[in-house]
Write a protein that binds this ligand. Structure first.
Ligand SMILES: [Cu+2]
Length: 269
C-alpha cells in the first residue's frame, strides 16, 4: 500500500494545477464555454456586426448572440435594440423578442431571446433591424438578413375573438426518455409590430404515445405553471422513447381555448 501514497500525492498536485489553470481560463474573456455557430455578418460605417446562435435558427425560441467590432476591437455600447421584421410583400410583421444585454459570463457578446413565428420561404423573408448607440456617441443602424427554418417547436391557437396565442416549446430541446424539465413560452399579437409575452394563463397538458391499433398511453407529468415573462415550467417523465404528442390547452380568464398539439420524437437516454 505504501507505494500508492506518492502516486496519490502526485494526482492531488496535478488536480491542484489543473484547477489553477481552469480558474485562470475563466478570467480570460477570450475563452468561453459558449458553443456558438456564425449566422451572418454585416459591416456598416466601419463597424462589423456578427450574429451567432447555439444552433440553426428556427421557428420558436432562439438565443441570439452579437459582437460589435471596429478595427478588430470590441466597441463599447451605450444602447442596443433589435427589431425582427418579416417582409411578406403586401404586409410586414415583427416577432416576440427581448433587447440584447451584455452576456454575464462572456462580455464579448450581447445576447437575447428571439421567437420566430414563421419560417423563411416563399411567404416572406426575415431581417433583424438593429439600432446601436456607442459609448462615444455614434449611431449604428442597419439590417441583418437571416434564414429561419420550420420546426415542430412552435404552434398557435386563437380564441373565439380571434386573439392569437403563440406557444413555443423551449425545453427539452431534444426530449429524452426519463424525466425532462418542461418550459413553454406564450406570446400574443397586439398588432403587427407588438408581440408581448402572456402571463396568468393556465396550461393543461397531456403527453400521449400512440401504440397503434387503438392502443396508447400517457406517462407521469406535471402541468406547467407560470414563472413570469411568458414562461411556464413543468415536467414530463417519458416512460418510453419513440413518437409522442403533447397537447396544450390554454385557459385564459376562464375561457378554455382549442388544444394545440406538439408532435416529436423522444430519444432513448
Ligand atoms: Cu410572416
Amino acid at each position: 500500500m505504501e507505494n500508492l501514497y506518492p502516486f496519490g500525492r502526485i494526482m492531488a498536485m496535478v488536480a491542484v494545477l489543473f484547477l489553477a489553470a481552469t480558474a485562470c481560463d475563466t478570467n480570460d474573456s477570450d475563452d468561453t464555454d459558449l458553443d456558438l455557430m456564425p449566422v451572418n455578418t454585416v459591416t456598416t460605417d466601419g463597424y462589423t456586426l456578427s450574429l451567432f446562435a447555439d444552433r440553426t435558427l428556427e421557428t420558436g425560441v432562439n438565443t441570439l448572440y452579437w459582437t460589435v467590432e471596429k478595427g478588430g476591437n470590441d466597441v463599447p455600447i451605450q444602447s442596443f435594440s433589435v427589431m425582427p421584421m418579416m417582409d411578406m410583400g403586401e404586409m410586414q410583421h415583427s416577432a416576440p423578442h427581448d433587447s440584447p444585454i451584455l452576456h454575464e459570463e462572456d462580455d464579448d457578446y450581447y445576447y437575447h431571446k428571439m421567437i420566430f413565428v414563421m419560417p423563411s420561404g416563399e411567404m416572406g423573408s426575415w431581417a433583424l433591424n438593429f439600432e446601436i448607440e456607442t459609448k462615444d456617441g455614434n449611431n449604428i443602424t442597419g439590417e441583418m438578413p437571416l434564414e429561419v427554418d420550420a420546426s415542430w417547436r412552435l404552434t398557435s391557437v386563437k380564441d373565439a375573438n380571434d386573439k392569437i396565442y403563440f406557444i413555443s416549446w423551449m425545453d427539452p430541446y431534444k426530449p429524452v426518455s426519463g424525466n425532462n424539465k418542461l418550459n413553454f413560452m406564450v406570446h400574443t399579437r397586439e398588432n403587427m409590430m407588438s408581440f408581448p409575452a402572456v402571463d396568468n394563463l393556465e396550461l393543461i397538458i397531456y403527453p400521449y404515445m400512440d401504440m397503434g391499433g387503438g392502443q396508447g398511453h400517457s406517462t407521469d407529468f406535471n402541468h406547467p405553471t407560470g414563472q413570469g415573462k411568458g414562461l411556464y415550467s413543468g415536467s414530463i417523465n417519458y416512460s418510453m422513447s419513440g413518437v409522442w404528442t403533447t397537447s396544450v390547452r390554454i385557459v385564459a380568464d376562464n375561457d378554455t381555448l382549442p388544444e394545440a398539439v406538439f408532435e416529436y420524437s423522444v430519444q432513448a437516454k
